[in-house]
Design a protein around this ligand. Structure first.
Ligand SMILES: CC(C)(COP(=O)(O)OP(=O)(O)OC[C@H]1O[C@@H](n2cnc3c(N)ncnc32)[C@H](O)[C@@H]1OP(=O)(O)O)[C@@H](O)C(=O)NCCC(=O)NCCS
Length: 165
């Protein structure tokens, strides 16, 4: 399978909005996401991915077909420090899951953005916790343990590592 991570131009905004609905539906299982009366979850920050510096939207293609998306966000650096890359959103379409596509796409993104990274995941999203610890440890070739944080009554796991150029 040929996995590509492609920068999403502004004319792919509606494609991403459509996939974000699938993502929202997956997340509504463990997050208090409410569907609107229009039948959509919505994603208010989507336009910012083409207007705010430090935001990078990508599409995942498999053999030329749409298979997911990735949003990368640069967190503002503390004075004099390197910027921190954040895996803001990450999604593989259900039909393509458990085939190693997520791992390949994540590794490709980390190679493109060298430096310190953080990946945060809700404890209740158990499959994603498994996925990230596997994806990161196979990338860095070191075991990784997340730090647990409580935020808004939910437990989050935060993974920190460095993508070496
Ligand atoms: C999490 C997600 C991105 C994984 O994508 P994927 O392409 O299926 O992942 P991969 O096939 O590359 O999985 C690699 C490894 O991660 C782990 N993993 C992935 N999905 C898993 C699951 N449902 N349960 C347990 N472990 C899982 C496994 O170790 C897997 O290796 P294996 O298949 O050889 O056992 C995908 O399930 C998804 O889009 N979920 C909904 C959105 C989401 O939760 N995103 C993450 C937000 S933090």
């Amino acid at each position: 399978m040929h996995v590509e991570v492609i920068a999403a131009a502004p004319d792919r905004k509606s494609t991403l909005a459509n996939m974000l609905e699938l993502y929202g539906h997956d997340f509504s299982e463990f997050l208090d996401l409410e569907i609107g009366l229009d039948g959509r979850f919505g994603y208010v920050d989507l336009p910012l991915y083409w207007t705010e510096p430090g935001r990078h939207p990508f599409l995942i293609h498999v053999n030329g077909k749409l298979a997911g998306f990735v949003f990368v966000k640069e967190e503002s650096a503390a004075s004099g420090q390197q910027p921190l890359w954040d895996m803001a959103e990450f999604f593989v379409v259900r039909a393509y899951r458990r085939r190693g596509i997520g791992i390949q796409a994540a590794h490709e993104v980390w190679r493109r953005f060298p430096g310190p990274w953080q990946v945060r995941v809700m404890q209740s999203n158990a499959s994603a916790v498994e996925f990230w610890s596997r994806a990161i440890s196979t990338f860095t070739r070191e075991p990784i343990q997340p730090v647990s944080i409580e935020n808004g009554g939910k437990i989050w796991h935060s993974f920190s590592f460095v993508s070496k150029p």
